[in-house]
Write a protein that binds this ligand. Structure first.
Ligand code: ADP
Ligand code: MG
Length: 697
């Protein structure tokens, strides 16, 4: 059966070797299967015939039917054109040709009735259609109404009659042959549950829909099918991993209860509680946890991480948390110290600047089990760092670490791979996470602790800098601290660096009374840390920096974030930077400074920032502006190379497809049931077609 779709295109009626070569070269279409999955990218609506008096220039492509009232060539030179008056009894419209005048005038029969298709436009008060398509109509019969598919083509193809119409003709020829070969590949129960159009009909209707409703049904069906098979594969991969990887069982809640009733300084948000429950279910399941925790900046991920550690430590496991910078590791250590002391737990911090003697002691105590919690940076990954029983490995700001680094942490327990929790404040839209991380469980903290004052964000032009300086002065007088961030995208870019330094100079001139800090990627780590610490301690009031401060630092007293050349930052980055303020009790501000001239897209990014503080809303806009491939970098974009589904708009279908795939695998992991044979056969046919299957691997 699958063999039919592997037939080379040259054997299709109307193709032949020359055209087959062109289709292969320009559209990467080689087989019947390729062609039938080459879907129209839009449709021209020919389901309605307008009356001429209904027309206006706001309408898209429309069709009218009428007779020719007059026909004349007017103008000369470039303005020479053929003008036809077409009337249908309700009004008259001009049909205009600048090119192909001879051909059109020969072809048109002045006595005929024509069905004409084009985009209405207006010159003065006269409505017209320029270069419309036309066909002779039979006034006795009502015309066939349909949607005209439009296929991508190219000049080279067009010159060989493979324009959109030509490709449509091939699709038509192919469908005649293929219809009976298009076997259903979804179980009947799913088709009924979601009222999906049968597969063969969906292929016919995606190419030749008779109206908008059948088109929608066809495209829903094919999108569902595409997403279903991707999800099925990801879920199978995940199960295979879970099956292989037993996890230690951590179910003791003694420490957790003690902490929760006696020491926790605030009430957990409902989102935090939910996520803790999700993780706890994993920790006591006997299977290894592999969970991504997404939560906007300031949503309280650290507390969730700590509570997970307590569950593990209660059952004599050890826990480690790795942060991308020394500052962050320090912050975690300081933040958790009071708690661990109150609970009688031993915790240590290990970073690049830990002294040899301290290191040695830490190494020993990790091995003996005397240390229960380790906080650190990459230093944690060194081979000498060995645990007695690492039960939980947590990675903060996971996007800052490479895959290899993460994997190294997993290997710190040879008997049982540790449970893994990776945390990120870079929100990924749900649809994207489901597609990319189908083999990870995803938890989301979608709520900020109550009482936070939303950060006020404004857009200012460079020309208003003096006003911004004035505002800064006011805020410093109120006792606050300020970040000013400059773009230094490639840390080697000379011009950026000069801008940063000029900025630093002008600020020191404007604020001679206040000490400043500066931090950028060219500084030695120790110097960076020194400057950062001065700011953390409040010794400096203004921090001039590049995006090196983007991740995680917590200076609650800093309440103003100023971003220079804001148009040059991506949305995710702007949001991340803004997250550095709004951590204390005071009202915080974010000021985005740009040039007068910025692109439409930059403007949209800035407006989004001004409009909302919600990281997921921002991520969604980002996805819409940039498209999913771009968002994740080229590496992963292969996964997103979808034929018909669209991650931006098809979230609902994706969720339905994923739920179906999940329940099928849960009930019938080996696909042995009779009703699931269609799935098994389809996978087998996909596997043969390596191009298709590699999309999702
Ligand atoms: P992030 O998710 O960005 O890592 P943190 O864990 O650093 O956020 O938390 C930000 C701040 O919010 C910290 O000072 C933390 O103590 C505080 N916090 C966390 N959870 C709550 C809560 N439920 N109620 C009040 N404050 C909280
Ligand atoms: Mg954090």
């Amino acid at each position: 059966m699958a063999a039919f779709f592997e037939t080379r295109l040259e054997f299709l009626k109307g193709v032949g070797t020359a055209k087959a070569a062109l289709l292969a070269k320009y559209l990467d279409l080689h087989t019947f299967g390729d062609l039938i999955q080459f879907f129209p990218f839009r449709y021209e609506d020919r389901t309605k015939i307008y009356q001429i008096r209904e027309l206006n220039p706001q309408l898209p492509y429309i069709q009218v039917q009428g007779t020719i009232r007059s026909m004349a060539t007017v103008g000369a030179g470039e303005k020479k054109r053929l003008v036809i008056q077409l009337t249908d009894g309700t009004g008259t419209i001009e049909l205009i040709w600048f090119r192909g005048i001879n051909w059109v005038s020969k072809k048109l029969n002045p006595a005929g009735t024509y069905l004409v298709h084009g985009k209405p436009s207006v010159f003065g008060t006269q409505l017209s259609l320029t270069h419309p398509e036309f066909e002779l109509a039979d006034p006795q019969k009502s015309p066939k109404l349909y949607l005209q598919p439009v296929y991508n083509s190219s000049d080279a193809l067009k010159s060989k009659f493979l324009d959109s119409k030509g490709i449509g003709q091939l699709q038509y020829n192919l469908l005649q042959l293929a219809f009976n070969h298009l076997q259903e590949n979804l179980p009947q129960a799913i088709i009924e549950q979601f009222k999906l159009m049968p597969r063969a009909l969906a292929f016919r209707n995606i190419h030749f829909p008779s109206n908008q409703i059948t088109l929608k049904q066809a495209s829903n069906r094919l999108k569902f099918e595409e997403l279903f098979y991707i999800q099925l594969r990801l879920i199978k991969l995940k199960l295979a991993r879970l099956d292989k990887l037993r996890g230690q069982i951590f179910s003791d809640t003694t420490l957790l209860n003690n902490f929760y009733h006696n020491h926790i300084p605030f009430t957990l948000t409902n989102a935090q509680k939910r996520v803790i429950k999700e993780a706890f279910t994993d920790l006591k399941s006997g299977k290894q946890m592999n969970r991504l925790l997404q939560g906007d900046v300031g949503s309280g991920k650290t507390m969730v991480a700590f509570i997970c550690m307590l569950i593990v430590v209660s059952s004599r496991g050890q826990a480690a948390i790795m942060a991308p910078t020394e500052i962050l590791a320090n912050q975690h250590y300081i933040g958790l110290k009071d708690f661990t002391e109150a609970l009688g737990l031993k915790m240590a911090i290990l970073t690049g600047s830990s002294k040899t003697k301290a290191r040695r002691e830490i190494h020993e105590k990790l091995l003996s089990g005397d240390l229960q919690i380790l906080v650190g940076t990459h230093a944690l990954l060194e081979d000498v760092v060995q645990f007695k029983n690492l039960g939980l490995a947590i990675i903060d700001e996971q996007h800052r670490f490479g895959v290899a680094q993460r994997a190294k942490l997993w290997k710190k327990n040879e008997k049982f791979i540790p449970h893994v929790l990776v945390m990120t404040a870079t929100p990924i839209p749900r649809t994207l996470a489901m597609t990319l991380y189908g083999d990870l469980e995803v938890s989301v903290i979608d709520e900020l602790p109550s009482g936070r004052k939303p950060i006020k964000t404004v857009h200012r032009y460079e020309a208003n800098r003096l006003r911004v300086f004035g505002f800064m002065r006011e805020q410093i007088k109120l006792g606050r601290q300020i970040y000013i961030v400059y773009p230094l995208i490639e840390e080697s870019e000379k011009m950026d660096f000069n801008n940063l330094m000029e900025g630093y100079d002008s600020i020191s001139r404007a604020f001679p009374e206040y000490p400043l800090s500066i931090v950028h990627g060219k500084m030695k780590p120790a110097d960076k840390d020194f400057e950062m610490q001065r700011f953390v301690k409040g010794e400096t009031k203004i921090m001039v920096a590049t995006t090196v401060i983007e991740v995680g630092v917590n200076v609650p007293n800093a309440s103003v974030m100023i971003i220079e050349n804001a148009e040059r930052f991506g949305l995710a980055q702007l949001h991340q930077l803004r997250g550095r303020v709004g951590r204390g009790a005071e009202q915080s501000y974010c000021i985005l400074i740009t040039n007068y001239k910025i692109s439409k897209e930059s403007k949209e990014r800035i407006q989004t920032m001004v409009r909302t503080n919600n990281g997921f809303e921002i991520a969604d806009t980002d996805l819409k502006l940039r498209g999913p491939g771009d968002m994740m970098g080229t590496q992963q974009s292969g996964v997103l190379d979808l034929m018909i589904a669209d991650l931006v708009t098809d979230g609902k279908i994706l969720e339905a497809a994923r739920d179906s795939a999940k329940s099928i695998i849960e009930n019938d992991p080996e696909l042995e049931n009779r009703e699931n044979q269609v799935i098994k056969q389809h996978i087998a046919s996909l596997k043969k077609n390596t191009i298709n299957w590699s999309r999702v691997s």
